[in-house]
Design a protein around this ligand. Structure first.
Ligand code: IPE
Ligand code: IPE
Ligand code: MG
Length: 261
């Protein structure tokens, strides 16, 4: 994607346009992962039940998925439901499942028109049968798309993913001497995908909450106080601009500044 492409869909004179003009489109993150947090607090601030925060959060999901595809990320991963989230009241869990089902139904057209491929990370076979069906339909229908991969982490746990990968390694009968990091990553749910360059968490919490534990080894982390239902394209652009200021050293030493940059 280039600035000219982006200027065709941001409104003229908007904050998004100002931010987009500062982005270096040759150095976009290939994979952006997001811990969507703060729906409950968004609702509490408005004296509404928690589930209203989840409902409002769907608009943010829509905006971020479409913006990410338009910007041209290779992969977007959204953390939607953790293995620990079953601890929440049954009524809240059931609203989350209903919202997910409706999102998939309503947004399938947008996923198709943006050439997005949906993938589920996590044990979605343990989700209610109607949700599972909807996920299978959406994955099958978008399977031939070759634009952005949209991973939705559902019933996902980072430790569970690593244990699953270890089990696969054992089942494959690979001699332990042949197991290395590259090989191991091929048994993770994200096999074949680049690791996240940028990890975003909303609502100000400074923790990873069992998300992509292996893959975020060298991700740049950006935390915003903005609560998830208020998160929009402009926040994503702010995160990208901050990411582009970082010096990714991977344990090495700082790169000398290049003249003219
Ligand atoms: C994130 O918002 C949504 C999910 C985890 C499903 P929360 O529901 O965690 O909102 P807070 O953290 O209670 O504000
Ligand atoms: C992380 O949010 C999980 C998802 C976004 C799905 P939580 O709200 O569940 O995390 P904690 O409990 O604050 O760590
Ligand atoms: Mg939370």
């Amino acid at each position: 994607m280039s600035l000219d492409d982006v200027l065709t869909w941001v409104s003229a004179g908007s904050r998004e346009e100002l931010l987009a003009r500062r982005v270096d489109f040759d150095r976009l993150p290939a994979h952006v992962a997001v811990i969507m947090d703060g729906n409950g607090r968004w609702a509490a601030e408005r004296h509404l039940p928690r589930v209203e925060g989840h409902r409002a959060g769907i608009d943010a999901v829509r905006d971020v998925v479409e913006t990410s595809a338009r910007l041209g990320f290779d992969v977007l991963t959204l953390y939607a439901f953790s293995v620990e989230n079953w601890k929440r009241p049954a009524a809240e869990v059931s609203v989350l499942m209903e919202l997910l089902k409706r999102y998939l139904r309503v947004e399938l057209r947008t996923l198709l028109s943006n050439n997005i491929r949906l993938r589920v990370l996590g044990h979605y076979e343990e989700l209610p049968p109607d949700v599972r069906r909807e996920l299978e339909v959406a994955q099958a229908r978008t399977d031939g798309n070759h634009g952005m991969v949209f991973n939705i982490a559902l019933n996902y746990g980072g430790r569970a993913e690593i244990v699953d990968a270890a089990r696969r390694a054992i089942d494959a009968g690979l001699p332990s001497s042949e197991l290395d990091e590259r090989q191991f990553s091929e048994w993770l749910y994200t096999a074949g995908q680049p690791d996240p360059d940028l990890l975003i968490r909303t609502s100000g919490e400074m923790r990873v909450s069992n998300f992509l534990l292996w893959q975020i080894a060298y991700s740049e982390i950006w935390v915003t106080e903005t609560l998830w239902p208020d998160f929009r394209a402009r926040h994503l652009l702010e995160a990208i601009l901050d990411y582009q200021k970082r010096d990714r050293r991977y344990g090495g030493i700082a790169q000398p500044a290049i003249a003219g940059h």
